[in-house]
Design a protein around this ligand. Structure first.
Ligand code: UDP
Ligand code: MG
Length: 313
């Protein structure tokens, strides 16, 4: 019988705990062909979440509680859950039922078809504010342009199924800056998706404000690509072009158009400043060139991941 790990980070979710367990129990009770392990990560909750979880654990056999020493954040909490889970497939999901437990059945069906990664993709973002919707669209556009060969799926958060071997590869990644939604597509493997409508939070309040959303966006971009470090080179070249045009312009005016000498002095001062700036951007470009290498080396990602090796028998 295959074992499935459901991984749920919880931070100050006392209003949600019992609602979550009754919803998940209802769904798991129907999936009798599997055994389930619930890995709940208490991410340093300051409310009654942990005592509620301990009480829940005394009532059931399949609950693994990971209690973090303080609040580390959503990404580290999920990472801790993944490192602890022992299932043949792992499904990280939010506690607030915004990732509907009913979808677990669909994820498992795709898993049985042989997919290593099954993304749960949001069909709509009706529940989001205009700002969140707009920034999400822009974010995914931006990252799609920069991520090169890695295809980051749009509107997929933590909620997805990953097989044991994908989880093992995720655990093997040594980078400190953890962004699960970037790590999984980086690793590849046979991937598919199921669609769902994201409901509203069942109780309690979101932990994501504008600041943490910006942090997530910056972390995602920084862990995907070092392409922005090439930008100083382009700025240097463009700036040098502008200065070149200005210098030629001044020469032409100097030869053909009689203007006041003062104009030439001011123009010349501008050109000299411009040359200085161009030089500065070239220096930045050289630094960025090496910095991007340092970044790639310290991120220390595997430069390939093997799916399988087949030998002729
Ligand atoms: N969460 C966490 N640590 C944090 C913030 C959030 O473990 O520091 C958990 C939270 O309890 C929930 C999930 O991450 O299970 C998603 O958080 P939330 O619902 O606030 O995010 P949103 O759905 O609004 O993006
Ligand atoms: Mg939520």
């Amino acid at each position: 019988m295959k074992k499935i790990s459901i991984i749920v980070p919880m931070y100050n979710e006392e209003k949600v705990v019992s609602l979550f367990f009754s919803a998940i129990d209802k769904v798991l009770a129907k999936l009798t062909q599997y055994t389930f392990e619930l890995v709940i990560v208490n991410d340093g909750s300051k409310d009654g979440t942990y005592p509620l979880l301990l009480a829940e654990q005394s009532r059931r056999p399949n609950l693994v509680l990971v209690n973090l020493s303080r609040n580390f954040g959503h990404e580290p909490a999920v990472a801790a859950g993944i490192a602890t889970a022992t299932g043949d497939a792992l499904i990280p999901m939010d506690a607030d039922l915004q990732d509907p437990p009913e979808l677990i059945k669909d994820l498992l069906e795709k898993f049985e078809e042989g997919f290593d990664v099954v993304n749960a993709k949001r069909k709509t973002r009706h529940e989001d504010t205009f700002l969140k919707r707009f920034s999400a669209i822009q974010f995914y556009k931006f990252i799609a342009r920069l991520s090169g060969k890695v295809k980051i799926p749009q509107n997929v958060g933590h909620f997805r199924l990953i097989s044991r071997r994908v989880a093992d590869e995720v655990i093997r990644l040594t980078e400190r800056n953890r962004v699960f939604r970037i790590e999984v597509p980086f690793l590849g493997f046979k991937t598919t998706e199921v669609l769902f409508d994201r409901p509203k939070r069942v109780a309690g309040e979101t932990h994501y404000n504008l600041k943490s959303m910006v942090k997530l966006a910056v972390d995602s971009i920084a862990s995907t690509t070092s392409v922005p470090l090439v930008w100083p080179t382009w700025i240097a070249i463009f700036w040098e072009f502008l200065v070149g045009v200005s210098l030629v312009g001044q020469l032409v005016v100097f030869i053909f158009v009689p203007v006041d000498a003062m104009v030439h002095w001011i123009w010349l001062a501008g050109n000299i400043l411009g040359i200085g700036l161009a030089l500065m951007f070239y220096v930045l470009a050289i630094l960025a060139l090496y910095l991007s290498r340092v970044f790639i080396e310290t991120q220390n990602r595997p430069f390939y991941v093997i799916d399988e090796i087949k030998k002729s028998s």
